[in-house]
Design a protein around this ligand. Structure first.
Ligand SMILES: *Cc1c(COP(=O)(O)O)cnc(C)c1O
Length: 398
């Protein structure tokens, strides 16, 4: 592997501190590196492989689509995109879909839709948005502008501007940011990259009520926490709230790059129209066939029920780690998106886990994130916990 990794370091831009592993293939909840070593995977490509690796129905659907056609222009219709949009609208309760190629692009589209909605209402061109500290919405300039981690933004200033930051689960801080120019409040229903901070029901309800009263749009970013991750198809669905605009990506295509932003009819009727937004690839037949099959398999395999069955075991096991190991401080999360906050950096534990054949990733410097394929079994959760406990024991004996 060393030879290839040297080549990678020579030719690829150094924007990632990569682990010295080259993945070759996957099977279910397991990954294999180039040397044939098997790993239990609790990262799933950061929440992408919800159905696990190598699902034959999914793979066959993609192969079939490749043999038909992989790309048309969005100036024409294609059947997979029509089907995928219908399934996505049905599973979310949203009315209209725009397919993108990534999460960041879905956020860009959501920002544009919100600004256009407000513009059509009052003609102003100085609209503001409220976003949250610790949030992550992507790396493009618009998505970066609403990302609540200053270190991601600083070198790339100026941002798009007119963004005010508030705190998760602190309604007063939202209220303090509202002005007569506010067009939207943007919230990750469960903050992922920022350290796994779930929104509370009461907070979301208060924000939604405020938004309704002031005709401000509520945008929920479900790119990481959506698609069954927390035990409902989208994380907001358990709270009795509904966004005006929602973003999704990551698990949406199960491994094919695709995202989407969705909106209610109210917003669709008064925001983006022909010529306002577009994408060459967005929702192309290959990506849409993937979305279509992923959503079909979610229903067929009853993924939501499975998540609700196994997630309590993960929570209890992580709580036990907190009890047993002084380096672990607390657990936070929802369903199969969990974070274990530690007393210090978690890089050492993640490296030990990799040595033992367990793939984990952090969410911020001090939090280990658990985001396995949603098909993970209770037995695989036990295996993970046993390896994790060994890693903590090793770390604490240093
Ligand atoms: C990953 C992520 C994004 C960005 O998605 P990309 O596909 O990497 O552009 C945006 N929002 C959230 C919540 C994410 O987790």
């Amino acid at each position: 592997m060393k030879n290839y990794i040297d080549q990678a370091e020579q030719y690829l831009l150094h924007t990632y501190n990569r682990y010295p592993i080259i993945w070759e293939r996957g099977e279910g909840v397991y990954l294999y590196d180039l040397t044939g070593k098997r790993y239990l995977d609790f990262v799933s490509g950061i929440g992408v492989f919800a159905l696990g690796y190598g699902d034959s129905a999914y793979n066959d659907a993609l192969k079939e689509q490749i043999d038909k056609i992989t790309h048309t222009s969005n100036y024409y219709y294609n059947l997979p995109a029509i089907e995928a949009a219908r399934r996505l609208a049905e599973s979310s309760g949203m009315d209209r879909v725009f397919f993108t190629n990534s999460g960041a692009e879905a956020v860009e589209g959501a920002i544009k839709a919100a600004r256009k909605y407000a513009y059509l209402k009052d003609g102003r061109t100085d609209h503001e948005m409220i976003a949250l500290n610790r949030s992550f919405h992507g790396r493009t300039m618009g998505a970066l502008s609403v990302t609540g981690t200053p270190k991601y933004r600083e070198a790339f200033e100026p941002m798009i501007g007119h963004i005010r930051f508030a705190d998760m689960n602190d309604f007063d801080s939202i209220l303090a940011g509202v002005t007569d120019a506010t067009c939207a409040v943007l919230i990750e229903t469960v903050q992922g990259e920022g350290g796994i901070y779930p929104a509370e029901e009461g907070f979301l309800k208060q924000v939604q009520k405020l938004c309704e009263e002031r005709d401000i749009l509520l945008i929920l970013d479900e790119i990481q926490c959506g698609m069954g991750r927390t035990g409902t198809m989208f994380a907001w669905q358990r709270f009795g709230v509904k966004p005006d605009i929602m973003t999704t990506a990551k698990a949406l295509g199960g491994g094919v790059p695709v995202g989407a932003f969705l909106m209610t009819e109210k917003v669709a009727e008064q925001s983006l129209t022909a010529g306002d937004h577009g994408s060459t690839y967005g929702g192309n037949p290959l990506a849409a066939a993937a979305v279509n099959k992923v959503l079909e398999l979610f229903a067929k395999k009853d993924i939501l029920r499975h998540v609700n069955e196994v997630a309590p075991r993960l929570e209890a096991g992580l709580d036990a780690v907190v009890q047993q190991h002084s380096y672990a401080v607390s657990r936070r999360g929802s369903g199969l998106l969990q974070g274990l906050e530690c007393r210090g950096p978690v890089g050492g534990i993640i490296e030990k886990a990799l040595e033992k054949g367990l793939v984990l990733i952090n969410a911020g410097p001090n939090v280990i994130r658990f985001i396995p394929p949603l098909v993970v079994t209770a037995a695989q959760i036990e295996d993970m916990l046993s390896l994790l406990n060994q890693c903590f024991t090793d770390e604490e004996s240093l």
